[in-house]
Design a protein around this ligand. Structure first.
Ligand code: N7H
Length: 499
C-alpha cells in the first residue's frame, strides 16, 4: 500500500467532502483483556475492518471524484456550466481519528512493553504536542483567554481522542459515528468526556455545517478554503494555484504537512509509528460579526474608504476570495468567486494589501527581506479543513444568546513551525514583519488581562489618500477551547502503533 492508503483522508487540501461535520471527543478506558489494552484491540479492529470506517486518502479522493463525475454529467444534461449545477445529496461520510498526548499515554499504559511508544522522545521532538493546549504556560504563550471562559468540554482533563466525521448530511454523520462507537466499544473501551467527574457530564461533541444560504462562506461573509498547500505526488496543480513550492529548504511540501522521522531542532528522530501522520490543531473560535461590521462601517464613516474595501483590508481578500494584492478596487472582478479561485498564484510586491491583513500575516508568499528572515518562515504551512458553526448573524442581530464561529482544524508536520508560529510570532505580534504593521485583525490576540473597552488590538492601514491610520478595536475572534492531536497513519493503528 502506498501513501494514498496509509495517510488518513482529511490530511489533504480538499479534505472530506462535507455539508455537516461532528467533532466527537472521547476518553479511553483501560481495562486489560488477555494482558492487552482493550482499546488497542478495538483500534486495530477499527483500522483493519472492511468496509473501512476510518478513511484513507484514496477513499476521500474517490468521493470527490464521484461528486465531480456527477457534476459533469448533470452539466451536459442540463446544458449549463459545471459551476452552476446544484446536485442533490450524494450520500457519503468519512471519518478521521486522532489522539492527544494523554490518549497516547493511556494507550501506552495498557501495552506490555511500556517503553515502545517512546513518548519521552515525543517530548523532545514535538514539545508543543507533548504539552497540549491547556497548561497555563501555553495559554500565556498563545495569548488565549483564561480557561474558565472556555466551553466546559475543553476544560476537561479527560480528552484522549477525537473523531472528526464529515458527510453529506447530519443523518450520514450520525450513522457513521454510531458505527465507530460500536467498534470502539463505547461505554467499555471508550466513553464520553466528563468535565471533572462522571457526575458532571458535558456535551462530548461540537458540530458544524456549511451555511445554508451562503455555501462556502464563513460568518464574516468571506469565501474560505481557497489557499491550501499542495502536496507532491498527491495533488495535481490546478491552473492559477500556488503550490507553495517557494520553499528552498524543504522542496517537498509533503514534509510540511505529513510527518516523517525528520529531526528538526531535536537531535532525536521521531519514533517510527509517527511516520505518515500529521498534527491536528483544533480550536473553537467564536466570531463577533457585529464588531466586524461596525469596524468596517466606522472606516467608511470616517471617509477613508468603503466598508467593502475595509473588509478586504482586514482579510487581504474581497468577500469573493479575490486577493486585494491582485484586484485593487471593488470591481466586477473582485466580486466573482469563480475568478477568485484562479488568482491564487501571486506574491506581495507593495502595500496595496496591508502587511497585517490576515492572509498576508499567515502566508508570507516570499514576502521576506533578508533582514527579517525567520528560519521557520518558509516551512510554516498548514492545511485548513474546519467548518463554520452556529446560527447566522443576519436575522438574529438582537439575540445575544446565539453564537457563531469557526471550528478551526489544521494539519501540519510540526506544531511549533505551523499553527504556533503563525498565531504567536506572526498574527499576535504587532512588529512582525518589517516596521510596525500591527496585529492580524482577524485572529490576533492580546493577553486577557490587557483586554479593555477601548480596543484590544491595533493595526495600521493606509487610507485612500495613502495616509497611515491606526485602527483600534476589540478582538473579533474569541477562542472557546481546543486541543492538540496526533493523527496516526492507518498502518500504525493496525499495528498497535508499532508494537
Ligand atoms: Fe484564516 N475567515 O474565514 O474569515 N482565513 N481564518 N486562519 N487563514 C483565510 O485563502 C478565518 C485562522 C490561515 O495562503 C481566509 O482560503 C477566520 C487561524 C491561512 O493566502 C479566510 C478565522 C489560522 C490562510 C479566513 C481564521 C489561519 C487563511 C481566506 C477564525 C492559523 C491562507 C481564504 C475564526 C493560525 C492564506 C483562503 C493564504 C485564509 C478566515 C482562523 C490561517 C476567509 C474567520 C487560527 C494560512
Amino acid at each position: 500500500a502506498g501513501k494514498l492508503d496509509n495517510i488518513q483522508g482529511d490530511i489533504w487540501s480538499k479534505g472530506f467532502p462535507k455539508y455537516y461535520e461532528t467533532y466527537y471527543f472521547f476518553s479511553i478506558k483501560t481495562p486489560l483483556l488477555n494482558e492487552k489494552n482493550l482499546f488497542s484491540q478495538c483500534l486495530k479492529n477499527l483500522s483493519t475492518q472492511s468496509p473501512r470506517l476510518i478513511s484513507t486518502l484514496r477513499m476521500v479522493r474517490e468521493d470527490h471524484n464521484r461528486i465531480s463525475t456527477r457534476r459533469k454529467e448533470e452539466a451536459i444534461k442540463q446544458g449549463i456550466p459545471e459551476k452552476r449545477v446544484v446536485l442533490p445529496e450524494i450520500p457519503m461520510s468519512n471519518a478521521l481519528i486522532a489522539f492527544t498526548i494523554k490518549g497516547l499515554q493511556a494507550i501506552q499504559a495498557g501495552l506490555q512493553d511500556d517503553t515502545s511508544l517512546r513518548l519521552t522522545d515525543v517530548a523532545a521532538t514535538d514539545p508543543a504536542f507533548f504539552a497540549g493546549m491547556t497548561p497555563k504556560e501555553v495559554t500565556a504563550l498563545l495569548k488565549d483567554p483564561d480557561q474558565d471562559t472556555w466551553d466546559p468540554l475543553f476544560r476537561s482533563t479527560e480528552i484522549h481522542g477525537m473523531l472528526k466525521i464529515g458527510g453529506s448530511s447530519k443523518g450520514k454523520v450520525e450513522e457513521h459515528l454510531k458505527n465507530i462507537k460500536g467498534v470502539l466499544k463505547h461505554g467499555t473501551a471508550i466513553d464520553d468526556v466528563f468535565q471533572d467527574s462522571p457526575s458532571t457530564p458535558t456535551d462530548s461533541r461540537v458540530d458544524g455545517w456549511t451555511r445554508p444560504n451562503d455555501r462556502g462562506k464563513e460568518h464574516f461573509g468571506f469565501e474560505d478554503g481557497i489557499s491550501q498547500p499542495l502536496m507532491n505526488g498527491i495533488d495535481e496543480q490546478e491552473p492559477g494555484t500556488n503550490a507553495n513550492t517557494d520553499v528552498n529548504m524543504y522542496t517537498d511540501p509533503r514534509l510540511l504537512i505529513v510527518t516523517g522521522d525528520t529531526k528538526r531542532e531535536s537531535s532525536i528522530p521521531r519514533p517510527p509509528w509517527m511516520e505518515n501522520g500529521s498534527f491536528l490543531v483544533f480550536r473553537k473560535l467564536e466570531q463577533n460579526v457585529k464588531a466586524f461590521e461596525d469596524l468596517t462601517e466606522q472606516w467608511e464613516k470616517k471617509g477613508c474608504e468603503s466598508k467593502e474595501h475595509m473588509g478586504a483590508k482586514l482579510m487581504g481578500r474581497w468577500k469573493s476570495g479575490a486577493p486585494l494584492a491582485v484586484v485593487n478596487f471593488y470591481t466586477e472582478d473582485s466580486k466573482d468567486p469563480d475568478k477568485a479561485k484562479e488568482m491564487n498564484n501571486f506574491i506581495y510586491e507593495n502595500e496595496v494589501c496591508p502587511v497585517s491583513a490576515h492572509i498576508r500575516k499567515t502566508n508570507l508568499r516570499e514576502d521576506l527581506t533578508e533582514n527579517d528572515k525567520d528560519p521557520r518562515a518558509l516551512r510554516t504551512k498548514i492545511i485548513r479543513n474546519g467548518i463554520p458553526y452556529g446560527t447566522d448573524y443576519k436575522g438574529n442581530e438582537n439575540n445575544t444568546k446565539l453564537t457563531r464561529g469557526l471550528l478551526f482544524a489544521c494539519y501540519q508536520a510540526h506544531i511549533e513551525d505551523g499553527f504556533q508560529n503563525m498565531q504567536v510570532n506572526w498574527s499576535n505580534d504587532s512588529t512582525f514583519r518589517t516596521g510596525h504593521p500591527g496585529q492580524d485583525p482577524i485572529i490576533g490576540q492580546v493577553a486577557q488581562k490587557s483586554r479593555g473597552v477601548n480596543g484590544d488590538l491595533e493595526t495600521f492601514f493606509n487610507d485612500k489618500f495613502g495616509v497611515r491610520q491606526s485602527v483600534k478595536f476589540q478582538q473579533l475572534v474569541t477562542m472557546k477551547g481546543g486541543e492538540y492531536f496526533f493523527v496516526p497513519s492507518i498502518p500504525a493503528m493496525s499495528d498497535d502503533l508499532g508494537m
